[in-house]
Design a protein around this ligand. Structure first.
Ligand code: NAG
Ligand code: NAG
Ligand code: NAG
Ligand code: NAG
Ligand code: NAG
Length: 424
């Protein structure tokens, strides 16, 4: 009782309590667009307690805007902006791992930045690593169990894949270089997942290290005292001197070169789709990806993935998606650039570009060798029409008009069309 009486004194200025001002424009009233959980039908009421108006306005689905939402759906979204950024000489990294987004058991991810010459230390993982360079140029270098190697320069749009255990290193070549990393295990930070060279040497008896390399201790006098993870360095011209036939090329290559593979325009006409999985990038057998652009107002049609969880990274634009979990349960999420998300295995969903002007760009990733989806429209079009009419109580005309070809990305209703393909 006492506390209740104290509250106004604690939180209000001397004057009477004024409702928080959340309105971003001069139009009257409250509502979702003002960050208030209040529908035009009169349901709901303003928020009087602590809240973040910017987050509320950018996430109107969280305010209950979609009346089709129901039940408890676990959180399916994580913003890289909510991650702790590790600062290192010559770069930074911020991760999304299972403790951030527990539903994402298949995939963990990170954004990583290297300045010119900076090196992501020599290392390997218990899990496969997939990367997508979206800014700058980088050098990747790797060695497999048969002593075959690859040294490649990557440009924006290029993708790499190192199967589990492959030895590798990355160096920045332009002034600023940045990429998305994905790993085929959500628990990426678990002990026993990443192995750094300096860390290993420091934890091996010195006499063994010397015997291993056939040298004396003067060689290792200046070893870093901890594994540097990312370190400043300069770019050298020295190449690997090994026979050409030991190089990993063709179907064995760890690199997918974007300029050698055009993005596909899709039947629905609303954008572009680029599949980077084992059909176009043979080595990538545990991570399948698709790069998607969707024009303003465009819709990624209702579908699900029969083979895997879907993990997403939104690169540009704004989006909304509703995830149907079965059993009458569904929840809608709003997304913007820098968000990651996970749609549970086989859950039904769509993605709509909520911007009237900006193209939406995202990457979807599956722990699988192939990108696969089942389209609701195509399913209905390829089912005996009488059955569809009875089950959905729809007309014969509607069923006859369903397209038998998967549309994937449907056009928006606005004038704008999709911009150039993503990635470049
Ligand atoms: C790393 O190198 C950059 C130049 O590429 C320099 O600006 C920065 O100060 C260096 N950082 C450290 C910790 O040496
Ligand atoms: C250690 O090795 C270096 C280079 O091989 C050599 O110059 C040096 O004499 C050696 N020192 C000892 C103590 O053996
Ligand atoms: C490379 O992989 C593709 C796709 O899996 C396959 O069609 C092609 O035959 C392979 N080429 C070689 C030389 O093995
Ligand atoms: C199907 O639609 C008709 C016409 O609107 C309606 O009368 C009928 O009740 C509906 N049937 C079911 C099972 O919902
Ligand atoms: C985009 O729209 C413009 C103007 O409406 C048109 O001239 C252009 O051909 C369209 N581009 C594509 C790729 O459809």
């Amino acid at each position: 009782m006492k506390l209740l009486h104290l509250l106004p004194a604690l939180f209000c200025a001397a004057e009477a309590a004024v409702p928080r001002q959340k309105r971003q424009d001069s139009s009257p009233g409250y509502g979702f667009e003002h960050g208030e959980p209040q529908s035009s039908s009169g349901k709901g009421a303003p928020i009087l307690g602590g809240t973040n108006p910017e987050v509320d306005i950018a996430n109107q689905a969280n305010l209950g805007e979609e009346s089709t939402d129901n039940g408890v759906v676990p959180n399916l979204k994580w913003r890289f902006s909510d991650s702790r950024t590790r600062l290192l000489p010559g770069g930074w990294v911020r991760e999304q791992v299972i403790t951030d987004l527990p539903v994402s058991t298949d995939i963990a991810a990170a954004q990583q930045h290297l300045q010119k010459g900076a090196i992501r230390e020599l290392h390997w993982h218990r899990v496969a690593e997939w990367g997508f360079l979206y800014a700058g140029r980088i050098l990747i270098s790797a060695v497999d169990a048969d002593g075959r190697y690859q040294v490649s320069e990557l440009n924006p749009g290029d993708v790499w894949y190192f199967p589990k255990g492959i030895a590798h290193v990355i160096q920045g070549l332009d002034d600023e270089n940045e990429y998305l990393l994905a790993f085929d295990d959500g628990d990426f930070d678990k002990v026993g997942t990443t192995f750094m060279v300096d860390d290993w040497i420091l934890h091996t008896p010195l006499n063994i290290v010397l015997q291993n390399f056939g040298v004396n201790e003067t060689v290792f006098e200046n070893l870093p005292e901890t594994d540097p993870y990312i370190l400043n360095a300069t770019i050298s011209d020295a190449a690997v001197s090994a026979p050409e036939n030991e190089a990993l090329t063709g179907n064995n290559s760890y690199v997918y070169v974007a300029r050698d593979n055009a993005a596909e325009a899709v039947p629905g006409g609303g954008g572009t789709f680029r599949v980077v999985d084992s059909t176009t990038f043979p080595i990538s057998t545990t991570i399948a990806a698709a790069f998607v652009t969707l024009e303003p107002g465009g819709l990624r049609e209702l579908h699900w993935h029969p083979n895997a969880q879907e993990w997403l990274y939104f690169h540009a634009g704004t989006a909304r998606a509703s995830v149907f979990m079965g059993g009458g349960i569904a929840r809608t999420f709003d997304f913007s650039a820098g968000d990651t998300a996970v749609f549970p295995d086989n859950s039904g969903h769509y993605i709509v570009n909520t911007s009237p002007t900006e193209t939406l760009e995202w990457v979807e990733i599956y722990k699988s060798d192939k990108v696969q989806d089942i389209s609701l429209s195509q399913w209905l079009a390829l089912t005996p029409s009488g059955v569809v009419q009875s089950v959905m109580n729809v007309s014969a005309e509607f069923v006859a008009g369903l397209k038998k070809e998967k549309q994937l990305l449907l056009k928006g209703t606005g004038d704008l069309n999709a911009s150039e393909a993503f990635p470049p």
